[in-house]
Ligand binder design. Structure first.
Ligand code: CTP
Ligand code: MG
Length: 168
């Protein structure tokens, strides 16, 4: 397990996931629409600006990594993992609404882990080809546990800084 490569892999999707907290807001992605169950498709917590901000920041961080490390693989990984993180985050809200969990109410798997699970799934083809070690069971377990605690920590910090109303 190569900790350095794992952290380098994680930084773009973490950045993509964090950016909307600071830069998001405005028109919700679901445009305020509800589904057959009478609940919002995604809710007001998932905005178009947040999505674009997350993708932009994630791509930029991946580009920076690729430049600094002199390997374009990190640029490609940054794009895939950031798209995956944003998809996972949005998909998580979709599931939360279907389970009647209100916007902003906590859900361990959906809030803290789904974004990184999809970051890995989207990156799978590249990881499989170039970074098999990240797909090893111990690496995946490490990523999930590490992400859980990082997410908790970052949300407590964001709450203290007044960026988030709730510390999760
Ligand atoms: N955010 C955004 N656009 C996104 C994702 C997040 O604008 N695509 C912003 C919103 O202001 C959101 C905050 O970042 O409230 C925190 O994101 P998150 O915790 O994922 O959203 P929640 O408000 O908790 O909503 P949900 O219950 O749907 O997860
Ligand atoms: Mg939340």
């Amino acid at each position: 397990m190569d900790l350095f490569r794992i952290i380098v892999f994680l930084i773009p999707p973490y950045s993509a996931n964090a950016a909307p907290v600071v830069l998001g807001g405005g028109t919700p992605i679901d445009l305020g629409k509800t589904l057959w169950d009478g609940r919002r498709i995604l809710g007001d917590g998932k905005t178009i600006r947040g999505l674009l901000a997350g993708l932009t920041v994630g791509f930029l961080v991946g580009f920076l990594e690729g430049y600094l490390l002199g390997d374009p693989l990190y640029i490609q990984l940054g794009v895939l993992s950031s798209c995956g993180a944003m998809f996972g985050d949005i998909f998580g809200s979709f599931i939360k609404r279907r389970l009647n969990i209100e916007r902003g109410k906590p859900s361990l798997v959906m809030d803290q882990l789904l974004f990184i699970v999809f970051a890995i799934l989207f990156s799978y083809p590249l990881l499989d080809e170039h970074m098999q070690d990240i797909l090893a069971v111990e690496s995946i377990v490490f990523i999930l546990v590490f992400t859980y605690f990082m997410h908790r920590l970052m949300n407590i910090v964001a709450n203290k800084l007044g960026l988030k109303k709730v510390p999760w």
